[in-house]
Design a protein around this ligand. Structure first.
Ligand code: SF4
Length: 268
């Protein structure tokens, strides 16, 4: 949805990407919020959560040594100390938005997978699932960035509706509430979906998958420049920035309509 060429670089070419400070901090904060629920309710306090940060950072570095490279040029550890205290600030802000001593998540970091009638398989990891005594389901996602401006809220909610669709397909229950918790700005965005929302998302996903399937066959992946290009690791391969994509690694369908009709496949 963001940029077809970026999808190709990531999913088809599998070009490596450097870990970023912001994304790694997001992973760290998610780990802390998840682990805090291991403690009894009364002990889920902000100081305890902040105290989890160094240990979770060590675990993250052990499991993904490449993130340690982020601070390879910081021998005094000053930048790392600032980065860790920003993670603590985000964790602390969570307590102004939710009260974990009053929450008992049904699931944390829940891997979900469902198949649509078309055979398209959807997968995701949901940060938190709360289930009320009445059986109503709330899906919660933490964001370490800032809440989007209202005109962009719809695209932020797309991911949540995607999860809701998967849960509906799996459990035949439409989640009662979708909740995005923005730790960067201290905002909570909620949406109560209805079945028609999920059906719309399903149609959109099918159309998206059809576009992906077609581009995979033809090798025609277009760049779609936006301000997000500033965070893209692949400018050196992107024609929008004077780069050249690597040779396409898959066989491509001949571009002429006759060949396409015959479903002919062959080298470019
Ligand atoms: S630089 Fe921009 S247009 Fe080019 S691949 Fe990355 S996101 Fe797409």
């Amino acid at each position: 949805m963001q940029c077809p060429l970026l999808y190709r670089f990531r999913v088809i070419d599998r070009l490596p990407e450097k870990p970023s400070e912001a994304a790694t901090r997001g992973t760290l904060v998610h780990a802390v919020l998840e682990r805090l629920f291991d403690a009894p309710a009364a002990e889920r306090t902000a100081p305890r959560a902040k105290a989890l940060v160094p240990g979770q950072w060590d675990r993250l570095r052990d499991s993904r040594p490449e993130v340690g490279e982020l601070f390879a040029d910081d021998p005094e550890g000053e930048r790392l100390a600032r980065w860790l205290s920003e993670a603590e600030r985000l964790v602390e802000r969570w307590f102004t938005l939710e009260d974990p001593s009053r929450l008992e998540p049904a699931e944390r970091e829940l891997f979900v997978e469902a198949e649509l009638d078309s055979g398209l398989r959807l997968r995701g990891i949901i940060d938190r699932v709360d289930v009320a005594p009445t059986g109503e389901v709330r899906i919660v996602d933490y964001k370490t960035g800032k809440a989007p401006r209202p005109q962009y809220a719809e695209s932020a909610l797309f991911q949540m509706k995607f999860y809701a669709l998967v849960v509906w397909r799996l459990k035949k229950v439409v989640p009662r509430r979708l909740q995005l918790v923005y730790l960067g700005s201290g905002d909570v965005l909620t949406y109560d979906p209805v079945l028609a929302d999920l059906e719309r998302v399903e149609r959109k996903l099918l159309a998206l998958w059809e576009a992906i399937r077609l581009a995979t066959e033809t090798g025609d992946w277009r760049p779609r420049p936006t301000k997000l290009c500033g965070w893209c690791d692949h400018q050196a391969h992107c024609p929008e920035f004077g780069g050249t994509p690597p040779p396409y690694p898959l066989p491509v369908r001949a571009a002429d309509p006759a060949g396409a009709e015959q479903g002919r496949m062959g080298p470019d």
